[in-house]
Design a protein around this ligand. Sequence first.
Ligand code: PRP
Length: 188
Amino acid sequence: MNKKTDNIHQDIEKVLIDSETINKKIKELGEKISCDYKGKNPVLIAILKGSVILLSDLLKAIDINCSIDFIEVSSYGENTESSGVVKLVMDLRESIENRHVLLIEDIVDTGLTMEYLRENLLTRHPASFKICSLLSKPDRRRVSIDLDYCGFEIPDDFVVGYGLDYNEKYRNLDYIGTLKKRIYKKNG
Ligand code: PRP
């Protein structure tokens, strides 16, 4: 790889949500979650891989007892469009029976991933089930999903950063942005 061109920021067309705005929103979400779940010891379930950064920042903004677990599903593969077929790649480690479950997601797009997970996890009899997503693209929804906690509603642009990838890259941007067209063309 050419060291001169190995800089993720130069592939970004536009910053949609800057780091300061994201951090402020996460603080607000953390305060609300702490208040709503006081005395309930919820389990925060991060949907891999996209939501690891959100989980890590949100956890630090929550000041009540809680635990974490991880589940991995996949539907996008190497494309910018969802295939519509959701696959369970890695299951939870712990039982969620009688636990207050808060699912942590980076983005709800068509909603198919979330619908699959909601149906799957509800069969395990949690005490309650809620969803927290940093981003939502309401224009793209193919199934109805209620987001109990939502950071930002965004337009129908393909976005990367803060956990969101294109071909596994750009997850490590600390902001949300759109990619330059030449990046799609190069890889398309
Ligand atoms: C992305 C994203 C959500 C899902 C949303 O995951 O992180 O989980 O797609 O799309 P949907 O609402 O249309 O179902 P992806 O499958 O790309 O895996 P990743 O989190 O490992 O990047």
